[in-house]
Design a binder for this molecule. Structure first.
Ligand code: CA
Length: 414
């Protein structure tokens, strides 16, 4: 498939969230997605600050290794900037952001990555994730503590092990250099896409839609079709043989594209020492979307706690289901016994009969049966009584039903 050799950036707040905490950028050589997190107005600020700082690296580099170095340095600089911002705005403590960025240098790309946003390479119709998620569950899978299946439904599957923020002064950033070929499509996205749209669906979209903008918009739409509980950001970079994949002019999307709103009333807020300086590894967390576990014992304790909770949930559900089944069964038995205290007179094979039960049925379940067929022929009755019997006559007891039969017998046409 011939690509247009262009790039696209699309960001959407999604269907549930009140604000967009993602930021994206498609420029001349640089392409980035950042997914911010943090309680009070923190996440959008974090991703915006990071993306704005990193866009300073959007220029031509002489070698892929230079670009890789510059990109890593920019992520570290963004990390410091976030810590400084928290220092001046204590209410933003605990904010952080993922960053997945790519700098193109001719037929190579330099990649820098931290968090759970992803970079995929789509080549010859095959989609491959090139970054590793820095999530709690991925670490558990890597260390053999849980299986990939357990990870997919793990209660802490969205918890991040590494982000840029005010937690760690020198966060561990993955970087690499890869070769790229004409026809390659590089997809950078937030977990608002990758957590809700299956990879084979993403692959199908990238294989079938050649226009960069159209493909990026379709991917965002796929997430919206899944309910889009999270912000979703897609940056798509198409490589053609002219060596040009730039977006002119550069395009910023998401929270980095709008003015930061936290600055206005900062003067009224008390200054605080950055948590980073006070406790290099144990900053105050305002939410549990990311953390740095102190030890393997702590990790193990968390795993045990999750398993205990899962077991407890299973046991309570089982008890609930058993009690429900017992209650329904008891209601059925009582209800059936109630119906069987009633009788009515009706017709069977042209004869008057006494039925035990009630006339109504519950679906295929009959609530009455023939108690006794009499020798009284329907034909011997007047048309009026025939119709009465056919539409049935109620009786509150067997004796009353027998009384009705006796009276019908007396009224027989001679
Ligand atoms: Ca997200």
């Amino acid at each position: 498939m011939a690509t247009t050799g262009k790039s696209a950036a699309v960001s959407h707040v999604g269907k549930i969230r009140a604000n967009n905490q993602d930021s994206g950028y498609a420029g001349q050589f640089l392409f980035v997605v950042a997914d911010g997190m943090g309680g009070h107005a923190g996440g959008d600020v974090a991703s915006a600050i990071a993306v704005r700082r990193i866009t300073e690296t959007d220029r031509q580099y002489t070698s892929p290794n230079d670009a890789e170095f510059a990109l890593r340095a920019a992520l570290l600089a963004a990390n410091s900037l976030l810590a400084e911002t928290v220092f001046e705005h204590g209410e933003l403590t605990g904010m952080g952001t993922t960053v997945s960025g790519m700098l193109r240098v001719d037929d190579h790309v330099a990649i820098a990555h931290i968090g759970d946003s992803r970079i995929y390479l789509h080549r010859n119709g095959i989609l491959k994730q090139v970054t590793a998620d820095h999530t709690f569950v991925q670490r558990l899978v890597d260390s053999g503590r849980i299986t990939a299946e357990e990870a997919a439904v793990h209660p802490r599957r969205s918890v991040l092990m590494r982000v840029l923020g005010d937690v760690d002064a020198s966060p561990e950033i993955d970087t690499t250099v890869m070769k790229t070929l004409p026809g390659d499509r590089w997809l950078i996205c937030s977990d608002g896409l990758s957590s809700y749209v299956a990879e084979d669906k993403i692959q199908a979209v990238l294989t079938s839609i050649s226009d960069s903008q159209e493909a990026a918009e379709r991917l965002v739409k796929e997430s919206l079709d899944q309910g889009a509980p999270d912000n979703v950001t897609v940056v798509l970079v198409d490589i053609d043989d002219t060596g040009d994949s730039s977006h002119v002019p550069p395009l910023t999307v998401g929270s980095a594209a709008v003015p930061l709103v936290f600055e206005a009333d900062s003067a009224r807020r008390p200054l605080r020492l950055p948590s980073l300086l006070l406790h290099p590894l144990k900053a105050t967390q305002t939410d549990d979307s990311h953390f740095e576990p102190e030890s393997d014992e702590y990790l193990d304790a968390l795993i045990q706690e999750d398993r205990r909770r899962a077991r407890k949930r299973r046991v309570s559900w089982l008890a609930f289901i058993l009690i429900s089944i017992a209650a329904i069964a008891a209601a059925c038995v009582l209800g059936y016994q109630f119906t069987q205290r009633h009788y009515f007179v009706g017709a069977v094979d042209g004869r008057v009969a006494i039925f035990q039960g009630v006339q109504q049925d519950i679906g295929p379940i009959k609530l009455s049966h023939v108690y006794k067929t009499t020798t009284l022929d329907l034909d011997d009755l007047s048309p009026y009584y025939q119709q009465q019997v056919e539409t049935t006559l109620n009786a509150n007891s067997l004796a009353e039903a027998q009384g009705i039969v006796d009276r019908l017998s007396d009224a027989r046409q001679r």
